[in-house]
Write a protein of this length. Structure first.
Length: 240
């Protein structure tokens, strides 16, 4: 894969293969947060509070706010919720959605991201395929097509988390001392409160400080999807 293909492709599987085959030391934190972002997309399908909490815990653990012991406890609850929903024969895709949420808190961050995203896509595909009541009239190929539809919607999430791995952005550290650390303080606030509407203001402050990182400024200003683990915020905050 080339840099141009990375920037233009809408094939999630192709992009993930690129990450793992072309680049070393893929961040477990970022991959876990990608899986969480995919589960956030299907939040209405997470009908059990334990599933919702699983994603919250996964995000907090990724950012160092919770211990592995707390992760384990939440994982047990989340998988029990999945099994209960599965046994109850709930609506189409709900068990798969619960499984996606539970996967975000498995110990390995890479697996958490991969499986969380995969099962989230399968959950939406299952809901669309069986929810119409006409599944018996459709080929199973339609189910796979629906998975691909959801995966295309996951691509912007992957790009927001990982940015452009072919051309990592480096921020001049002097920008972080501008006006007694105002840029760092705003970036922390955005990351904590997920107030992404303020991103253009962050870009303005960066530019005032003398920042010339074109891609960083553009990403902060563009009307893009931003999620927890956004590469631009991570670049400023020094998160891996």
């Amino acid at each position: 894969m080339t840099e141009a293909e990375w920037l233009d492709s809408s094939d999630l599987r192709f992009l993930k293969q690129c990450l793992f085959r072309k680049f070393d030391h893929i961040s477990e934190r970022k991959m876990r947060l990608f899986g969480c972002a995919c589960c956030r997309r299907i939040s209405p399908m997470l009908v059990d509070d334990r599933s919702q909490r699983a994603v919250d815990v996964a995000e907090s653990f990724a950012d160092g706010s919770l211990s592995r012991k707390e992760l384990t406890a939440a994982r047990q609850d989340a998988f029990e919720a999945f099994r209960e929903i599965q046994r109850a024969g709930a609506g189409p895709g709900l068990a798969m959605a619960a499984r996606a949420a539970a996967q975000t808190i498995v110990p390995n961050g890479i697996q958490a991201g991969r499986l969380g995203a995969d099962y989230a896509a399968q959950a939406t595909a299952t809901a669309r395929y069986y929810g119409t009541g006409s599944a018996k009239k459709q080929s199973i190929a339609v189910w796979y097509q629906q998975i691909e539809v959801e995966q295309r919607k996951q691509v912007p999430l992957l790009r927001d988390v990982f940015g452009n791995p072919f051309r990592p952005t480096k921020l001049d550290p002097t920008c972080l001392t501008w006006r007694q650390g105002a840029i760092l303080a705003l970036a922390r606030s955005i990351a904590e409160h997920l107030d992404f509407d303020v991103m253009p203001s962050l870009a303005g402050m960066l530019e005032e400080s003398g920042c010339t990182a074109t891609e960083l400024l553009r990403h902060c200003r563009e009307p893009a999807i931003h999620v927890r683990g956004c590469w631009a915020l991570d670049c400023i905050l020094g998160c891996k």
